[in-house]
Design a protein around this ligand. Structure first.
Ligand SMILES: Cc1ncc(COP(=O)(O)O)c(C=O)c1O
Length: 321
């Protein structure tokens, strides 16, 4: 009944302290979160290293998970340390060498008024093997569509929180971009600057400066983003944080997405459809091929997550297989 075509090697999931077979689902259809998006989630990756699987920046992910839960007023029935241990245990049980890990806290079955007064908060953790998020083109570079819908503004919702319901905007725009033949969507913000992708941050490289924006531009300040900034600085690459205008994006020498799912994925073409009254305009980023700085950062990131650079082992939580 629950086919695993799109969850390769998924065998078990953790729910409220117990493991269940992947096909054994037992959450009621009247669970609050299913109706109103009353949930918070994390996306985490574990990588194969010489010392067994290692989870990238696990404490930071769990801290953000709990931050998101606080934003939606959840009383989480687990401590930070219990969640860390449950995630490690789920990965260990899966026997996977590299994996995507999805913890979810949600308001469960209780009542269906818009205030989940009688809904317990439950925790599930699933893990499976997930390759490149944007598919085969990830290495060679992707094309993006700037949609006409601005990103939800930070004055309306805390965009640093991963709230289930808030992701409906990501789904709508991601579907629109793919239906029109692009690999991914990009949002502007209400100020008209470049914000982020549906689940990715954006970097540009121009005149030897690596630039990204921050949460004052209505984005989620990703953990990969923070890592890339640190790696770049450590490697002598000059960085800047500030608003990215559309013109800066189109005129960049290089651009890339960063995120747990996409890792570092070059962007080589942008189509601006942000003004519904005018014909979309296509721009090639730089040479239209993966640039040197993007390629260098991609390689460094891969070496770091797979434990090949001692300086960054501080970011890895090893889970003995
Ligand atoms: C909206 C959004 N922006 C950016 C990111 C990248 O964040 P991270 O690098 O922490 O995965 C994500 C993914 O979590 C996201 O959902």
């Amino acid at each position: 009944m629950f086919d695993t075509t799109h969850f390769p090697k998924a065998e078990k999931y953790w729910h409220n302290g117990k493991f269940y077979a992947w096909a054994d689902a037992h959450i009621h259809p009247m669970a609050f979160a299913l109706h109103y998006g009353g949930s918070v989630f994390e996306g985490i990756r574990a990588y194969k290293t010489a010392n067994g699987p290692a989870i990238f920046r696990l404490p930071e992910h769990v801290d953000r998970f709990l931050y998101s839960a606080a934003v939606i007023g959840m009383k989480v029935p687990y401590t930070r340390e219990e969640i860390i241990e449950a995630i490690k245990l789920t990965l260990h049980e899966s026997k996977l060498e590299s994996a995507y890990i999805r913890p979810l806290l949600f308001y469960s079955y209780g009542n269906l008024g818009l205030v989940p007064k009688f809904c317990p908060v439950e925790l599930v953790i699933g893990t499976w093997e997930w390759g490149a998020y944007l598919g085969e083109k990830s290495a060679a570079g992707v094309s993006v569509l700037i949609t006409h819908r601005p990103r939800v503004h930070r004055s309306q919702l805390d965009m640093n929180a991963k709230l289930g319901g808030a992701y409906v905007q990501s789904t709508i725009s991601g579907m629109e971009a793919r239906a029109k033949g692009y690999d991914e969507a990009v949002f502007l913000n209400l100020e008209g600057n470049v914000a982020e992708g549906p689940g990715e941050n954006i970097f540009i490289w121009k005149d030897s400066l690596l630039k990204t924006n921050d949460s004052s531009e209505s984005i989620l300040e990703g953990i990969t983003r923070t890592s890339v900034l640190e790696i770049a600085e450590d490697s002598g690459i000059k960085t800047a944080v500030g608003p990215i205008t559309k013109e800066e994006f189109f005129g960049a020498d290089e651009a890339f997405f960063s995120g747990t799912a996409v890792e570092i994925t070059p962007i080589i073409e942008v189509t601006d459809a942000s003004n519904p009254g005018t014909k979309p305009t296509k721009y090639t980023i730089g040479s239209g091929r993966v640039g040197e700085t993007t390629a260098r950062l991609r390689q460094m990131f891969e070496d770091i997550v797979t434990g090949k650079i001692p300086r960054y082992k501080k970011w890895l939580t090893y889970v003995a297989s």
